[in-house]
Design a protein around this ligand. Structure first.
Ligand code: AMP
Ligand code: MG
Length: 426
């Protein structure tokens, strides 16, 4: 493993690295995992396409009507008055009309039905009138209106979906619409996960005095699983050098990335940081953000003299809220990059009117938890209340993060703030 180039950090104070800058550094260092597999279309949901899906057919496969109406020849229609045409029958979707539309004729046609030879215009049924076996069409129709030509959406041999696309239900449907049964996706990203802390107690065991239950491993497991990662849960690791060293070595040998919580803040047992530094090339950042300032990012070697393999390390703070906020700001985009998503999407964010005052320190980005609602047709947001970084229930109440820029020193009721939508984050 060649040496990591953290020199891009030289211009910045590692004690106050701007959030965007830190995210950029992380993204620039990572490359998608190698390794593809072919899976059936349903198994591809949530996976990332490794090769373009090439359409074996043209879409639509035939000229067809986009509306229920009448297939006519545009040249037959009078420009300045009604035209009487002869009703010659009906074309249904999946049951084409066996014949053509000749001069002076109109064919009743349903949405999706094959356009008969001769016709080059569909007049919607709402404007046409039927009298006996005649159809009366008003003026003002355009040639080619209300019909879809074969190959208009996609030509055979063309890429329907590009490599790097995260496959959601719409893409799964597109794949199926082409009659394609299997696609090539990148292998899942393997993420090893453990919590550090002597005070941590695993669920199912009684709390000893001074202990807290390890919740971070569960929120992280949830976020990683929804992102489509393969999670290797390594449990709680005590703040002991030998235990940590073993955990890091084991994790680096089997995972693409390691996510830990705890042990990176000031005043933490320093050997955790020393251990990270000893086993890899790791930068310790205090990002210029509130809720999640300290974090470690770098590359852990797999152990062994050859230095092959290894894993990216994300050492997150211990506070439960900080864990989630730093995960969304840094780890999620990083994992999307490793998964092969290209381009890595920005967090969905939009302006909203904040209805309550908020205090804030200048010089750093603050992430507050917010609840969105609509008032007079506009999106508004209110903070969840207690914003302590240990208050995980505030994260559960929230559906967005309110992002307060470094320059801002307060929020007054009615001010516009940016919010990052957390709803439905996969
Ligand atoms: P640390 O960053 O290790 O100093 O932890 C900061 C705070 O987060 C402490 O109050 C810890 O008890 C708490 N904490 C650390 N790890 C966890 C965890 N895995 N689950 C819940 N709380 C934690
Ligand atoms: Mg700790």
């Amino acid at each position: 493993m060649s040496s990591l180039n953290f020199s891009c950090l030289d211009d910045y104070d590692p004690n106050a690295l701007p959030v965007d800058r830190a995210r950029r550094i992380v993204l620039d260092m990572l490359a998608p995992v190698a390794g593809h597999e072919r899976v059936f279309v349903r198994q591809a949901l949530g996976r990332v396409l490794a090769e373009d899906v090439i359409s074996p057919i043209q879409v639509p496969s035939h000229d067809n009507s986009a509306m229920d109406g009448w297939a006519v020849r545009h040249a037959d229609l009078a420009a300045d008055g009604e035209t009487r045409l002869k009703n010659i029958g009906t074309a249904f979707a999946g049951r084409a009309f066996d014949g053509k539309v000749s001069r002076g004729e109109a064919l009743r046609i349903m949405t999706g039905a094959v356009l008969p030879a001769g016709a080059d215009c569909v007049v919607i049924q709402e404007v046409a009138r039927v009298e006996g076996d005649e159809v009366i069409v008003p003026p003002g129709q355009r040639a080619e209106q209300n019909l879809r030509r074969a190959g208009e959406d996609l030509r055979a041999g063309e890429a329907a979906i590009h490599a790097g696309t995260l496959l959601r239900p719409a893409e799964i449907g597109i794949v199926a619409s082409l009659g394609v049964a299997e696609v090539s996706v990148r292998r899942r990203v393997r993420v090893a996960l453990f919590s550090t802390g002597d005070e941590l107690c695993s669920i199912g065991t009684p709390l000893f005095p001074g202990a807290v239950y390890d919740s971070n491993r569960y929120t992280l497991w949830g976020m990683l699983t929804r992102l489509g990662c393969e999670v290797i849960d390594m449990g709680v690791v005590k703040d002991r050098p030998d235990a940590l060293e073993n955990a890091f070595k084991e994790a680096s040998a089997c995972a693409d990335a390691i996510v830990t919580s705890g042990g990176v803040s000031v005043g933490e047992a320093d050997f955790i940081k020393q251990m990270m530094a000893k086993l890899g090339e790791v930068a310790f950042w205090k990002t210029a953000m509130k809720r999640g300032r300290p974090m470690a990012f770098g590359r852990m070697h797999a152990g062994g003299a050859d230095g092959m393999g290894g894993a990216w390390l994300f050492g997150l703070p211990g506070n439960p809220v900080a864990v989630m906020v730093t995960f969304y700001q840094f780890v999620r985009p990083a994992l999307l990059k490793l998964m092969g998503v290209d381009p890595v999407p920005e967090f969905p964010a939009f302006p909203a009117r904040c209805v309550e005052a908020m205090k804030k320190g200048r010089g750093r980005t603050e992430f507050q938890r917010g609840i969105l609602f609509q008032q007079d047709g506009a999106w508004c947001v209110r903070p969840t209340g207690a914003q302590g970084s240990g208050v995980l229930s505030s994260m559960a109440k929230a559906d967005c993060l309110i992002v307060l820029e470094p320059e801002r020193d307060k929020v007054s009721p009615g001010d516009t703030v940016m919010v990052q939508l957390m709803t439905g984050l996969a």
